[in-house]
Design a protein around this ligand. Structure first.
Ligand code: ATP
Length: 666
């Protein structure tokens, strides 16, 4: 079996992250815990900056978005309504030997030699004629039929006598009966002892067949102590996704595996007290929709944003922090009017521009323009923190990929060092964020499960509806009715009849005339940790310098955008042992500290200190030298600003430093 090729770039990034304190393995001193990561001093700052920027951009800088901070554990009813209890599952396959699971859609194709066993013959600890017979012919026995044939061919009259003297006595004078008895002994014996459950291994590179045999013995010994391996065969297999990447053992069939972490609320561990750690932050937003609407004085269209932890018991956490079991999300649910409502009020729904940002929100936007708007807004966000469009990719989900209630979903991808190349050598990237148009599914589900109305009243709709010509009313009514019926039919409980569904859809459509509807939603849902990893991968840069003596050294620079950089400025006195320089440097540190994250460093040569800040990704260093103190009078109270990315230096008045830095980091 081919070993997966190590990703050198990722290895370097992981090593720098640990060395410089961006990311550590959780519980490292106890050997770590798979799928969990801690952020060290620099990582914590980076993460905080990213979340702050998201919050600022998505809520504070907008009039139409309010924030929420909900609990991680919520009523389990929420997860029934959302569909997570029934369907939040990955199809996964298991190594039958090690019990390790992998996601069915994530097994890498492998090629190699496969040794397969058809099953075993259980000797039940005995040495018998039949056991000896099976031993002799074991490699050729690969089906129940071949075991029966073997018995029929090789069992003699004398053997029958030895195995079952009583039956032999009754049949010995009747050749027909004796033959039938012989024939029956075999299947009887097979039924007790033959177990045709196959086991196969793709050989690790350079390993002998014996190693596969050992694994097969380990596997079958879980069932019985004494057995004979049956039907060994060898075949070459190309590009198979049926073998476990580590053990090489053939995987079980795919089975669904729910990804939610379960726990109990209160002291009694009973089914009634089961609760889940939230697998996404979004559902709390739907559950609190009415409270936020009523307290924030918002009107549809408006959004609710939330940042917080989410937990998924991922089958195969991988690619460093990319797929973790505990992670953070930044989610916005942006509630909009259904297209029928827009049409009732404005006569028509705005057309969607072919590409690009549709501009400032307009009252006649339907779900398609809003969806495009949010995709473009999110791309602008990524660009504003240093991820250029070239580093991103886009994937518009196909109708097969879309959830049944979703109308569209665009994933924004980032080209990670581990992202795969397609046949033409292009890298699409891996998902950073998904922007989904989720119709009115979520609020409708919570309305049905909680029994609380999730609709809104819109005076503009009520007034407009009354003025519509009858044909227009009928047309809009019918379209709204059909959408509601489709949803209600799809999600119907087993006790709901088609008549009840039609009645409900009719009631819902009748609501339009009274100005009532359930809002639709556009959901930009981003992962904090994936974004941190993207920013780190994007910032990572190394150069090798060779000095006059031929000694080479690799220099690492983390080229973070100043907005996200963990440390904004390093404040460095030229020399540590000159009290006047140190005093001035400390004054500058204290001047900047209320405004940004400052790192004061007076240890080692100035070159070493610059290099340390480059590795931490600090975009600017301020150096206090003798000119600052007035050695050249015209330079009194000026400092050197050094730029991380090109090593350039400028001279600036101390009084200008703060505003200069703020203009760069905000
Ligand atoms: P994937 O297909 O990669 O499993 P998803 O489509 O299930 O992701 P969503 O449910 O849409 O992801 O979650 C929204 C965002 O949350 C994702 O775009 C991603 O950034 C983040 N996210 C989801 N699962 C994980 C995870 N296991 N570890 C880190 N981030 C995650």
């Amino acid at each position: 079996m081919a070993e997966p090729k190590e990703n050198l770039q990722m290895e370097k990034i992981v090593s720098l992250c640990k060395r410089r304190g961006f990311i550590f393995q959780s519980s490292e001193i106890y050997g770590g815990i798979n799928g969990f990561w801690d952020y060290g001093p620099l990582g914590a700052e980076l993460k905080r900056n990213v979340k702050e920027l998201w919050w600022h951009t998505m809520t504070r800088q907008r009039d139409d978005v309010a924030g929420l901070e909900a609990t991680i554990i919520m009523s389990p009813e929420i997860w029934k309504a959302s569909g997570h209890v029934d369907t939040f599952a990955d199809l996964m396959r298991e190594c039958p030997l090690t019990k390790k699971r992998v996601r069915a859609d994530q097994v890498e194709p492998q090629s190699g030699t496969v040794i397969r066993y058809a099953g075993i013959f259980d000797c039940k600890g005995e040495e018998s004629l039949i056991v000896n017979l099976v031993k002799e012919f074991a490699p050729a026995i690969n089906t129940p039929q071949s075991l029966e044939d073997l018995f029929r061919k090789h069992i003699t009259d004398a053997d029958v006598k030895e195995m079952n003297p009583e039956l032999f006595e009754q049949a010995k004078d009747n050749p027909g009966k004796l033959n039938a008895l012989k024939r029956d002994i075999a299947p009887n014996y097979y039924a007790q002892s033959g177990q045709f459950k196959s086991f196969a291994v793709m050989l690790q590179a350079g390993k002998p067949v014996e190693s596969a045999r050992k694994l097969a013995e380990q596997y079958y010994s879980q069932k019985t102590d004494s057995f004979i391996l049956l039907g060994e065969s060898v075949e070459k297999i190309e590009d198979s996704i049926n073998f476990h990447p580590e053990s090489g053992v053939e995987l079980t069939e795919a089975r669904p595996f729910n990804l939610m972490f379960k726990t109990y609320v209160g002291p009694v561990e009973s089914e009634d007290n089961v609760a889940y750690l939230r697998p996404e932050t979004a559902q709390a937003i739907f559950a609190q929709f009415k409270n936020v609407l009523e307290t924030s004085r918002q009107k549809v269209p408006f959004g609710i944003g939330q940042i917080g932890k989410a937990f998924r018991n991922e089958v195969t956490p991988r690619n460093y922090t990319f797929r973790s079991r505990e992670f953070e999300q930044m989610e916005l649910e942006f509630f909009i009017k259904p297209d029928e409502v827009i049409e009732a009020i404005h006569g028509s729904v705005a057309t969607v521009p072919e590409t690009g940002h549709p501009g400032e929100p307009q009252p006649n936007w339907g779900w398609q323009v809003w969806h495009q708007y949010w995709v473009e807004e999110r791309v602008r966000f990524y660009e504003s923190i240093g991820l250029s469009r070239e580093t991103l990719g886009f994937h518009r989900q196909t109708s097969e990929e879309l959830a049944h209630y979703a109308r569209a979903c665009v994933d924004i991808l980032f080209k990670f060092p581990f992202s795969k190349k397609d046949a033409d050598g292009n890298i699409a990237g891996d998902e950073l964020e998904g922007i989904a148009a989720r119709s009115d599914f979520d609020l409708s589900q919570h309305q049905r499960f909680s029994g609380k109305p999730m609709g809104v009243f819109d005076e503009e709709l009520r007034a407009a509806w009354a003025k519509l010509p009858k044909e227009k009313q009928d047309d809009l009514w019918r379209r709204y009715y059909e959408n509601r019926k489709k949803y209600l039919t799809k999600m119907a409980r087993t006790d709901e009849t088609p008549e009840q569904i039609q009645k409900q859809a009719t009631d819902d459509a009748n609501g339009l005339a009274r100005g009532q509807y359930i809002p639709h939603v556009i959901e930009p849902s981003a992962g904090v940790d994936r974004l941190i990893l993207a920013l780190i991968a994007n910032a990572y840069s190394e150069t090798t310098k060779t000095d006059d003596k031929g000694k080479s050294e690799t220099i690492y620079t983390m080229k973070f955008h100043p907005r996200v950089a963990p440390i904004k400025v390093g404040v460095l006195p030229l020399l540590k042992n000159k009290p006047d320089l140190v005093k001035k440097a400390l004054e500058i540190r204290d001047l900047l500290r209320p405004w940004m994250n400052v790192y004061y460093d007076d240890g080692g040569s100035i070159g070493k200190r610059y290099a340390r800040q480059d590795e931490a990704g600090t975009p600017f260093c301020v150096t206090i030298d003798f000119d600052t103190l007035g050695e050249k009078p015209e330079l009194l109270d000026t400092v050197t600003i050094r730029y991380r990315d090109d090593g350039r230096q400028d001279r600036l008045k101390i009084s200008e430093v703060r505003d200069f830095l703020l203009s760069k980091i905000r």
